[in-house]
Design a protein. Structure first.
Length: 92
């Protein structure tokens, strides 16, 4: 079976406030590793290697971090990340 995952990583994480600094929400660290790292590790562990990732805020940093994993990425940019929501990112 060929499975693909979608990761919505376009948001700023405004509700996290100062806890996240200036970085994208998905790059906030939990137990020493970014949220994105935890997601990609879990997907890799179960054999999913095709990922569609919607990026927006700090997209270059997010994409660079993601590319550290030996996975097949398709990046989609939500250039309206600051005035849209997850439903819009998923629609893209």
């Amino acid at each position: 079976m060929n499975m693909k995952a979608i990761i919505l990583a376009a948001g700023e994480g405004k509700r996290l406030g100062k806890a996240k600094g200036n970085q994208a929400k998905c790059l906030v660290k939990v137990e020493g590793k970014s949220l994105l790292h935890h997601q990609l590790s879990a997907l890799q562990h179960v054999g999913i290697n095709k990922i569609v990732m919607v990026v927006g805020y700090e997209k270059e940093h997010v994409m660079k971090h993601a590319r550290e994993f030996p996975l097949n990425f398709t990046f989609v940019t939500n250039s309206r990340y600051s005035d849209t929501n997850t439903a819009y990112s998923l629609w893209l």
